[in-house]
Ligand binder design. Structure first.
Ligand SMILES: Cc1ncc(COP(=O)(O)O)c(C=O)c1O
Length: 358
């Protein structure tokens, strides 16, 4: 029996997609082989790869002057690859710090260039600095931020205006959750294991003028130009993850595209926050205008009940609710593939748990 899986990533995948993958696992397109067992250079796989790119371009309305790269190394590799591809050792690069993942990106960039922290959410990471608080450098090689902090459950309600400085975004936990205007960004990257598909891929969407400046010491497999020139097939890509991402993109298109999906996500998040706010037992401390649509964090006023909450939730078919080890408490990750029914089941459980333990 399938449970409702609130894990932060790898995360729930659409049931329809899993069923399709299961049905064609052993004999893909009458080839007598699994899609995992064929050459990435075969005509059939090249079709999978290009369709996935075309569908992603369609979903996000990616302008023609952007390349879509299917890479490896996860979002963590991009923490290094962004400075290696976009900046020199002398460059200043701006970073906005809103939590765990921006902090990690800052630490890594500091190994390659001069980091200027252009905005900081403070120690408890429960808010997003408004545009008026950002102290951006006019001559930065790029400005980096994390639109959605997966651990803190903090999300930007706006896209920073960095003027002529290319804006770089780690969209690992928010890509495809609602429509965005790609033309505002120089580079978007996202690990696949939340809204894209299984782990193993990282998608980078890069504006053409930012490609071709990698430092000479950049490994060729991580040079955006080499990857773009080779249609992300410089070496063997994670073919199964790519195929699965393609199925997810088609599922999103069938669901009505990102406007429809975004509206569903807004309703899911608002319903859950409203239930948390209405209760005496649970609380969310994130500023209201910075509450994440994808990762809803909450703590119990009686932390001694945490373990019981998790055990009883699991028994009720609600999994993956434990907060990150650095922040504690609870976190319900409600990515695209989490249906409203899952959120409603969680709320019903939370109410009953509160009634029992009040
Ligand atoms: C916002 C964000 N950035 C980066 C990462 C790191 O991703 P990866 O494990 O793919 O390196 C994560 C992982 O959860 C994340 O949520």
């Amino acid at each position: 029996m399938r449970v409702f899986n609130f894990s932060p990533g790898p995360a729930v995948l659409p049931l329809e997609v899993l069923e399709q993958a299961r049905d064609e696992l052993l004999d893909w397109q009458h080839s007598g082989m699994s899609v995992m067992e064929i050459s990435h250079r075969s005509k059939a796989f090249l079709q999978v790869a290009s369709e996935a790119e075309a569908d992603l371009r369609d979903l996000l309305s990616i302008p023609r002057n952007y390349k879509v790269l299917f890479m490896q190394g996860g979002a963590s590799a991009q923490f290094s690859l962004v400075p290696l591809n976009l900046a020199t050792p002398q460059s200043t690069v701006d970073y906005v710090n809103t939590g765990h993942w921006s902090h990690r990106a800052i630490a890594e960039a500091g190994r390659y260039c001069k980091v200027h922290v252009a905005g900081d959410a403070g120690d408890d990471y429960t808010r997003v600095p408004p545009q008026s608080e950002l102290r951006l450098s006019a001559d930065a090689a790029y400005a980096h931020y994390t639109p959605n902090e997966t651990i803190g459950g903090v999300e930007f309600g706006y896209v920073p205006d960095t003027r002529r400085v290319p804006l770089v975004a780690d969209m690992s936990s928010s890509i495809l959750s609602r429509p965005i205007d790609v033309s505002k960004f120089g580079l978007i990257y996202a690990g696949s294991q939340k809204n894209i598909g299984p782990s193993g891929l990282v998608v980078a969407i890069v504006r053409d003028d930012l490609i071709g400046h990698a430092r000479s010491e950049t490994p060729r497999v991580f040079d955006y130009k080499a990857i773009a020139d080779n249609q992300s097939m410089l070496n063997t890509p994670p073919t199964f993850a790519w195929y699965m991402a393609g199925l997810v993109f088609k599922w999103l298109k069938r669901a009505g595209g990102l406007a429809a999906v975004g509206e569903r996500n807004r309703v899911k998040a608002q319903t859950l926050y409203a239930a948390v706010d209405a209760s005496q037992l649970y609380k969310n401390t994130v500023a209201k205008d910075a509450r994440s649509w994808m990762n809803v964090t909450f703590a119990l006023n009686k932390p001694e009940l945490d373990a019981t909450f998790l055990t009883e939730a699991a028994a009720a078919g609600l999994h993956g609710l434990k907060g990150h080890r650095v922040s504690g408490g609870m976190r319900a990750s409600i990515y695209n593939a989490m249906p409203l029914a899952g959120v409603e089941a969680l709320i019903a459980f939370m109410r009953e748990f509160e009634r029992k333990h009040a």
